[in-house]
Design a binder for this molecule. Sequence first.
Ligand code: ADP
Ligand code: GLC
Length: 495
Amino acid sequence: MPQTICMLASEATPFAKTGGLADVAGALTRQLHAAGHDVRLVLPLYSQIDRRAHGIEPVTGFTDLPLEFGPHRYRWSLHGTTLPRSNTPAWFIDIPVLFARSTLYSSAADEHLRFIALTRAALELCQRWGWAPQILHCNDWHTAFAPLLLRTAYAWDRLFDPVRTVLTIHNIGYQGEFSAAQVPDLGIGPPDTARLHQDDLRAGKVNALKHGILYADAITTVSPTYAREIMTPHYGMGLEGVLQQRAAQLRGILNGVDYDDWDPRHDHFLPRHYDADSLPIKATLRTELMSRLGLERRDGTTLFGIVSRFTPQKGLDLLFDTLPALLGERDLALVALGNGDARYEVFFEGLQARFPHRVVYHRGYSDELAHWIEAAADVFLMPSLYEPCGLNQMYSLRYGTIPIVRRTGGLADSVRMFDPATGTGTGIVFNDFDAAAISWAMRTALDWHAQPALWSQLVRNAMAEDFSWTHQVREYEALYRQLAGDSDGSTAASN
Ligand code: ADP
Ligand code: GLC
């Protein structure tokens, strides 16, 4: 049965992206549409979005609309287009004073307000359409106030009565916390403010993600292992208590991969394509990338790749001592792409200076280089401290680029440790977050890479994995069906 779904996100591929959330919001929406659902994606119209390239046009009759809450008075307009290679509608909320900034996200004092405004405008858009989606699907802290707003500021509107809400947690490391003095920015007053987390208020703060967890009808996160992990103090980042309280509503659904974008058989960033039966082409791409980047090439060199946001989450601290030691001893080269926290940038810059022609660091963001690294590297390094799902390790598998991952979150759910004795498994998985463990993992990769028959078995296993959305989307459909059929829609919210 086709369902009606409003997908609310702060970023989506190909319009605006800082990380995996964008890939998932874009691909999941497209897959739901392909499965026959009426799904509408709603995003902010950031100034970084190339309107012309994406065919984004203003929508007649939806310009200069009021958006008024608390002390705030905005005017907004609706713009629209469709996702590429499909006619899935994507809608953009244009409020230049909030979304025309130098970066998508910031630590400005009104960061929470920008996304409260997005959430409210999306709800008012549904009102103007006279459209009550069966499912309002929010993502991360940015849109996590939607379930609470439906029970408070918009509770008067019977249109929303049948709406059920889903909150997907892509990363619990970002919670959208702001000062209790800014509660008026939510635009709810007494008695509704009693629904806010009272202990937090007394402590002088409001946590956006926490309210999503408390009030959404269902909570998902992006892998089954992460769903279990975030209920523990070690991974819950302070939200383990509310998650335990709502454990019956929490489930993990592993992200899918958009193989239209990420497959070496047709990747449009690559000049030549390959599959498991044409691996010599992968080798030529490796040669080409290494010479383009000025990396020294010898026959047995193992090329390691990194594509990452540079945050403590990604576990790059583990490389500080181990990589220089390994580069001193073994025949490997490294290409790293990413930016973020200065200490990681400084580390990779230093490594490049110390090992010229063996290490290349590209500071910044490049879709093209990210695809090239996936295709050309032998090994992909992803030693995350925590990883809700992770997409790059799944991309790597498809490109026959062997992932080295730590056994956590979605990494644990998507990479299986290779066993040379049986020839089964798809990558190298280590447990402990320490230098000895990652050093063992990297040395193991080098040892196995030196054995062509073994390596080729491992590469073939990796390339045979299938994480396509066509499987994963069924889990969301089942959840939506369950919620839509659950007519009372009650939650356990209380605090
Ligand atoms: P996260 O969302 O935590 O950053 P994921 O592995 O889920 O981690 O997704 C990261 C996505 O962002 C991937 O599509 C990856 O290729 C991309 N990415 C990350 N950093 C860069 C970069 N510097 N340049 C290009 N793409 C990047
Ligand atoms: C987050 C997580 C990442 C996940 C992505 C998409 O940014 O850090 O692990 O793959 O969201 O869900």
